[in-house]
Design a protein around this ligand. Structure first.
Ligand code: SAM
Length: 386
């Protein structure tokens, strides 16, 4: 049975020990790209407690935040992918993990020839609170009474606003490797909201985590060994995706799902899943007479704003949706129909969301469009069109 200690304390203690000495039971074998490992010191590589590799979805120049960075392996791989123009921030709540990561950061930087990684202390469900800054302030004003305890809570609130550990809208990609499951159930909603908060509009989350194929029973959730061992805090595969949806993400997809479970406990399968989710569907809708055609292969699709589209039909969409569809992860799924006469953004009226979603070609071409042409030379040159 779970002791009176909170789940968070049990997790911190287990990973503090795991930072000092490799803990076999916490390891889920992952094949990282070997070429990136050569600059990373051995103690970092061997104290690897991940279950996937979110770094392979990163791009040069990006600002990356790694939640629960441990001894820093994913950060040090990411540092090489984003390059000297990019930046990597690792956040962890366990001092012993941060100590290993920070001690090895200058070694990696020297081998790479640039330093673009830093590690910060915080809880990933509360990314605004800088725990080291709070520590320094509390050393000056220690908690000695109920009144000073309440004052400390107020101070923490002030620090979140004035000196956030991770600022809002500041990160291109949030990654994480086998950590979200460790956050206690009552803070999980806040965790997904925090991931959303720190991402820039157009940014994305790429998260590897352990998920379950069935709901985890209460008795398993109160087992400290199973909880801190990345098992019983797992969300179901379905619940994992829904949590991103609830936080306001769009374009959520499974990038990788291990066919084989990592572990099976009491018949419940626990396996690693990697998902991607985008931020940026919020905002006003303007009418610029654009249309999209869903290419298939499914008979119809439904997006995260409840636009339902049948294969092959033309649909009216607002300028925001049109721009979203032109980018990943949607661009390959649609054909795009621009109006014959462009409506400049600053002249566009609000899009009528109550209208019939079908868009007649006369809407994009204009009612009086009456052009007649010869076969286009482009088509003839390609040897097509008779
Ligand atoms: C399973 S290990 C994964 C470490 C690392 N991502 C890797 O790939 O090796 C979990 C890490 O998350 C940290 N952690 C767990 N819960 C956390 C929380 N709520 N806030 C911040 N860090 C947390 C632990 O201290 C530990 O370093």
């Amino acid at each position: 049975m779970m002791e009176l200690k909170s789940k968070e304390t049990i997790v911190r203690q287990r990973y503090a020990a795991g930072a000092k000495e490799r803990a076999e039971k916490l390891c889920c074998p992952v094949n990282y790209e070997q070429s990136y490992l050569s600059v990373i010191p051995q103690e970092v590589i061997e104290r690897d407690y991940g279950c996937g590799d979110p770094s392979r979805y990163l791009r040069p120049g990006e600002t990356v935040l790694d939640l629960g960075s441990g001894t820093g392996k994913i950060c040090f791989i990411a540092a090489q992918i984003v390059g000297s123009t990019g930046k990597v921030i690792g956040v962890d709540m366990t001092g012993e993990m941060l100590e290993v990561a920070r001690r090895n950061a200058p070694i990696v930087a020297e081998r790479l020839g640039y330093a673009n990684v830093e590690f910060r202390k915080g809880r990933i469900q509360d990314l605004a609170l800088d725990l080291e800054l709070l520590d320094r302030q509390l050393r000056e004003n220690p908690i000695t009474s109920a009144a000073s305890f309440l004052a400390a809570e107020e101070l923490a609130g002030e620090l979140r606003v004035k000196h956030p550990l991770v600022a809002s809208d500041s990160v291109d990609v949030v990654v994480s490797n086998c950590v979200l499951n460790l956050v206690e159930p009552e803070s999980k909603r806040k965790l997904f909201d925090e991931i959303f908060r720190v991402l820039k509009k157009g940014g994305r989350a790429v998260i590897c985590d352990i998920t379950s194929d069935e709901e985890v029973p209460e008795a398993m959730q109160t087992d400290p060994e199973l909880w801190s061992g990345c098992i019983s805090g797992a969300l179901t595969e379905e619940g994992f995706l829904q949590a991103f949806e609830q936080a306001g993400f769009y374009g959520i997809q499974i990038l990788k799902r291990d066919a084989q479970p990592w572990r099976t406990v009491q018949g419940i399968e626990f396996r690693s899943v990697t998902i991607e989710a985008y931020k940026g569907k919020q905002g006003e809708c303007f009418e610029r007479n654009q249309a999209v055609i869903y290419r298939g292969p499914f008979k119809e699709v439904l997006d995260d704003d409840n636009h339902r589209m049948e294969r092959g039909k033309r649909y009216a969409v607002c300028d925001k949706t049109y721009s979203l569809y032109k980018k990943a992860p949607y661009s390959e799924s649609f054909e795009f129909v621009d109006p014959v006469v462009d409506i400049p953004s600053d002249e566009a009226k609000l899009f009528d969301c109550s209208r019939n979603a079908a868009r007649h070609p006369r809407e994009t071409k204009g009612q009086n469009y009456s052009l007649t042409t010869e076969a286009s030379s482009k088509c003839r040159d390609a040897g097509g069109c008779c």
